[in-house]
Write a new protein. Structure first.
Ligand code: ISJ
Length: 376
């Protein structure tokens, strides 16, 4: 039997040949790219790649090798495509995202819409993002907020997208995919929930607690200690505080921000009742036109993939290959197709970065649907 050193020497020789052949192959792929630049032909030729995978894997001597050849050539062709996207990109032949770069997001005093009533966390996020320089109004639902910017009644809407302990606000992800609206900013707000009641209320006498489902979720440990309380979901935490004040019943309480206690004349029965003391919600600032601030560092994407083996894996390879850091990935069911999903992915980068343009060019060709939800 050959010793290890001998075997490794043989492997090294074969690898050297593979490297040299790979270089030759890539050089030809570059020439194919030049042909595509001249003719406008798309980079990704799915049929040609399927044919190649079938032909090459059929040459294998056993099932294990067949599988290996398949994987290997999928990767080789994927790298070959990435080089072609780069070359097409350098010639300005990749479709440019239809976004306008602006120096400043806010030129004149903007009108901002938020969901809920006075004192809502969305209002607090809005105040932090726009400081004092804005007019605002509130609407009943997140969809109403989207409609308000669509009809140009407001310049911007503020929507909660995810909470550090309760997770995503799925309805707003779906609205971002549905509407022609674009994320232009984000505001992270520290969320401290309090139990609020009438001036003469007492924790021991509470029977019903009102809040938004997300806030109820974020206070689940505290509510576990009070299993006898009936939990009722309302559209907003501040709406819940308003209701407790209006109903004027001593056994009713709301989970909301301590700010709303002052606004609606309620007493703070207990403060800091959220499970997680670092509880934060990430809000996004949305507008009707595809604009972005010149120093934007994040891009939010929504994409749909064919139901085939490895499609998500190949999608993510565009980020990896272009050295792009992915900061978030979520999936949501497609509205009219059971058990099919769309992905929401946030990446780091600016639309002017070469790597971002190459990755987006590749994704545009290789996914069944790609929308840039905004850049901030
Ligand atoms: C090289 C080409 O471009 C792409 C890469 C392929 C490859 O590396 O074999 C095959 C098909 C295309 O998706 C080509 O079109 O032939």
């Amino acid at each position: 039997m050959k010793d290890l050193l001998e075997l490794r020497n043989e492997i090294d020789q074969i690898d050297n040949e593979i490297v040299s052949l790979f270089e030759q192959r890539m050089h030809i792929s570059e020439q194919v790219a030049q042909y595509k630049i001249r003719t406008g032909k798309k980079v990704f030729d799915k049929e040609r790649e399927s044919e190649k995978l079938k032909t090459l894997s059929s040459k294998a001597s056993n099932e294990f090798i067949r599988h290996g050849i398949w994987e290997l050539f999928e990767q080789i062709m994927s790298v070959s495509r990435k080089k072609q996207y780069q070359l097409l990109g350098a010639e300005g032949m990749l479709e440019k995202p239809d976004f306008t770069k602006v120096d400043r997001l806010v030129e004149k005093k903007p009108t901002v819409v938020f969901q809920g009533v006075e004192g809502a966390y969305s209002q607090q996020a809005m105040q932090q993002f726009f400081s004092e320089q804005h007019d605002s109004f509130h609407v009943e639902t997140w969809r109403d907020a989207m409609e308000a910017i669509r009809r140009k009644q407001a310049d911007f809407a503020v929507l909660p997208l995810e909470n550090s302990s309760a997770g995503i606000v799925s309805e707003n992800y779906d609205l971002l995919a549905e509407y022609d609206a674009y994320i232009v900013g984000e505001q992270v707000l520290k969320i401290d929930h309090a139990l609020l009641g009438l001036a003469n209320a007492d924790e021991t006498e509470i029977r019903t607690v009102y809040s938004h489902p997300q806030a109820l979720m974020q206070c689940s440990k505290y509510l576990e200690e009070h299993k006898e309380w009936e939990e009722i979901s309302l559209k907003n935490t501040a709406v819940s505080a308003q209701k407790v004040k209006q109903d004027a019943k001593v056994h009713q309480a709301a989970i909301a921000s301590p700010v709303t206690a002052e606004l609606y004349g309620l007493k703070v029965i207990k403060e800091g009742i959220q499970d997680n003391q670092t509880n934060c919600t990430r809000f996004v600032i949305v507008t009707a036109d595809p604009v972005y601030q010149k120093d934007a560092r994040h891009i939010a994407l929504c994409l749909e993939l064919p139901h085939t083996v490895g499609s998500l894996y190949h999608t993510l390879s565009h980020f990896i290959y272009n050295n792009i850091n992915m900061i978030n990935i979520q999936s949501r069911p497609k509205p009219d197709k059971n058990w099919e999903y769309r992905f929401f992915i946030d990446i780091e980068g600016n639309l002017e970065d070469e790597g971002v343009q190459n990755a987006l060019g590749g994704l545009k060709e290789e996914t069944s649907f790609l929308k840039i939800l905004g850049t901030y």
